[in-house]
Design a protein around this ligand. Structure first.
Ligand code: KIV
Length: 289
């Protein structure tokens, strides 16, 4: 077998659960297509560093997204808009290094693909060659279809993102629910079909009414990944810092918080500081003699 021949493991889409079925290689777009055929739901989380990504990989999360939500959830910006390609490459490479099995999807940040399909291709290639990700994500339906087509023709798996597109926060005047009303619902369906037609392997539906997300999911052959799209999409994604309770302040209505890491970490830091103050740390067992 030469370097370009896929191994038997790479050649086979998992026919069992995504969680238990893929143990000796990374999850691929074919596994996700097979999961849609079986009607199996799957989960995606964001990740921005090697350590956290490793925890999610071990937990069996089949797809991790190096989202440009890194802007507000990791890098301290107010929105995703300032995130650069260099930052995305650095964070994505760390997530790839920290994982073995999960598929890594990286966001093309604002300004890195909107100019032209050629610009999208240039920056998608950077994420694949310099960071080693398995797929890229970009925002926009009909307006991004030509770029998706070019990337897919060139061998880049593309996840599309429609509904609420956070890179347009300034044009939208915030983060309003999308697809409400007949005209907006028809546009969302047109966007979903356009990205599927262009070759996207999956599409994120953000902040859209549950009934509309269900309708899109039924009409598409590719998996839909909901975030604020109700219970009937093929997959769900959450920002990890929201899901685990690391985010300060209010989180969106669609978030379920599965842990309170902010409190756990704060308590640990306070206990450590108190031990240092009182001399309880370091004790004999932490010292060399
Ligand atoms: O950047 C991100 O985290 C995302 C998810 C909200 C889907 O795009």
């Amino acid at each position: 077998m030469n370097a370009s021949t896929p191994s038997p493991a790479q050649n086979q889409a998992s026919t069992t659960s995504l969680y238990g079925g893929v143990t000796n290689r990374r999850v691929t777009v074919r596994d996700l297509a097979a999961a849609k055929q079986r009607g199996e739901r799957w989960s995606m989380l964001t990740a921005y560093d090697a350590l956290t990504a490793g925890v999610f990989d071990e937990a069996g999360i089949p797809v991790l997204l190096v989202g440009d939500s890194a802007g507000n959830c990791h890098l301290g910006y107010e929105t995703t808009v300032p995130v650069t390609m260099d930052q995305m490459v650095m964070l994505s490479a760390a997530v790839v290094r920290g994982t073995k099995r999960t598929m890594i999807v990286a966001d093309l940040p604002f300004g890195s693909y909107q100019e032209s399909p050629a610009q999208a291709m240039h920056n998608a290639a950077r994420l694949m060659k310099e960071a080693g990700v398995g797929a890229v994500k970009l925002e926009g339906g009909e307006r991004s279809a030509r770029s998706i087509e070019l990337l897919v023709e060139a061998g880049v798996p593309v996840m599309a993102h429609i509904g609420l597109t956070p890179q347009s926060v300034h044009a939208l005047g915030g983060y309003p629910v999308q697809g409400r009303g007949d005209e907006a619902a028809h546009q969302l369906l047109r966007d979903a079909k356009a990205v599927q037609q262009a070759g996207a392997f999956a599409v994120v539906l953000e902040a859209v009414p549950a009934e509309l997300a269900a309708q899109v999911t039924e009409q598409l052959a590719i998996p839909t990944v909901g975030i604020g799209g109700g219970p009937d999409t093929d997959a769900q994604v959450l920002v990890w810092t929201d899901m685990a309770g690391m985010t300060a302040g209010r989180v969106p209505k669609f978030v379920k918080q599965y842990a309170d890491l902010r409190a756990v970490l704060g308590d640990a830091a306070r206990a450590y500081a108190e031990d240092v103050r009182t001399g309880a740390f370091p004790a004999a067992e932490h010292s060399f003699h």
